[in-house]
Design a protein around this ligand. Structure first.
Ligand SMILES: Nc1ncnc2c1ncn2[C@@H]1O[C@H](COP(=O)(O)OP(=O)(O)OP(=O)(O)O)[C@@H](O)[C@H]1O
Length: 260
């Protein structure tokens, strides 16, 4: 059951004792964390540690969620926040038989229906296409695009409503280094220019260095909630990857102590 608790002004997401059960497994175990507004928070951890589950809980599409989870000041999934949150899953959700622009026109019509919104729709579509750098492919069929281009169309769909919180599940998987850099520049631009909060998952540790803050996860638990700098300093590590491994070892040692 969701309960209410104090929500700080600077947090876009606030979780206390967040627990999620999927099937007969407890996938997230009593997580406490915050995601600061207007910053890029990286959710990092190995495959299967629960990143997608956490994101699904944040956007309100996950069942069997207990504890406290506030998003933009309301319980996760509340109707009043749905249009303020953009979510891009790992599988690009675009229509293969429509062009890039037709895909965006369609979703814009859902978000901004009616004749009166025609100009706003056109503006939103043009801005979203430019944001993801697909203007030169706007008239191409989505089915004929590369995997990386299709995921950028999905991202453009999420940007249509100028979300305050953008939740991105491994958006850079399979992208070449140039596109990865361009996407990270876009995330930083969104945070700096529009004040967008970005919660982005990855299992590639070098992407951690590009985030303002990090949530390091392992086996359904948060190992650390800090800045990359603070993590490196605290663990005496040269990289976030090294810091992560240090924290994994530390957690294992603590577990051994307590079971002794
Ligand atoms: N429908 C389900 N029923 C039961 N368990 C599930 C279900 N979906 C996922 N899980 C389990 O929940 C755990 C967390 O999965 P999740 O997809 O959140 O991890 P992840 O960190 O996002 O992984 P990846 O990086 O590979 O996408 C995994 O152990 C997975 O097997």
């Amino acid at each position: 059951m969701m309960n209410s608790s104090r929500v700080t002004d600077t947090s876009a997401v606030e979780a206390r004792g967040l627990t999620v059960v999927r099937g007969d497994r407890t996938v997230l175990r009593g997580l406490d964390f915050t995601v600061e507004q207007g910053r890029i928070t990286g959710l990092l951890g190995p495959s299967g540690c629960g990143k997608s589950t956490l994101m699904r809980a944040v956007v309100g599409s996950q069942a069997k969620v207990t504890g406290t989870l506030h998003v933009l000041g309301r319980p996760a999934g509340h109707p009043a926040v749905r249009t303020r949150v953009g979510y891009v899953t790992q599988a690009p959700s675009v229509y293969a038989d429509l062009t890039v622009r037709q895909n965006l026109d369609y979703f814009a019509a859902v978000l901004l229906p009616g004749r009166g919104n025609r100009a706003a729709r056109e503006e939103a579509v043009t801005r979203a296409v430019d944001d993801v750098d697909l203007a030169s492919h706007a008239e191409a069929l989505a089915g004929n695009l590369s995997g990386g281009q299709r995921s950028r169309v999905s991202l453009a769909v999420a940007l249509l409503g100028t979300p305050e919180l953008l939740v991105l599940d491994e958006p850079t998987v399979g992208l070449d280094p140039v596109l990865r850099r361009d996407l990270w520049n876009l995330f930083h631009g969104l945070a700096a220019d529009r004040g967008t909060t970005v919660l982005v998952s990855s299992h590639v540790m070098d992407e951690a260095e590009r985030c303002h803050r990090l949530l390091l996860m392992r086996e359904g638990e948060i190992l650390a909630d800090d800045t990359p700098d603070a993590l490196r300093t605290r663990t005496g590590s040269a990289t976030v990857e090294e810091a992560f491994l240090h924290l994994v070892d530390e957690a294992a040692a603590t577990r051994q102590e307590t079971t002794r």
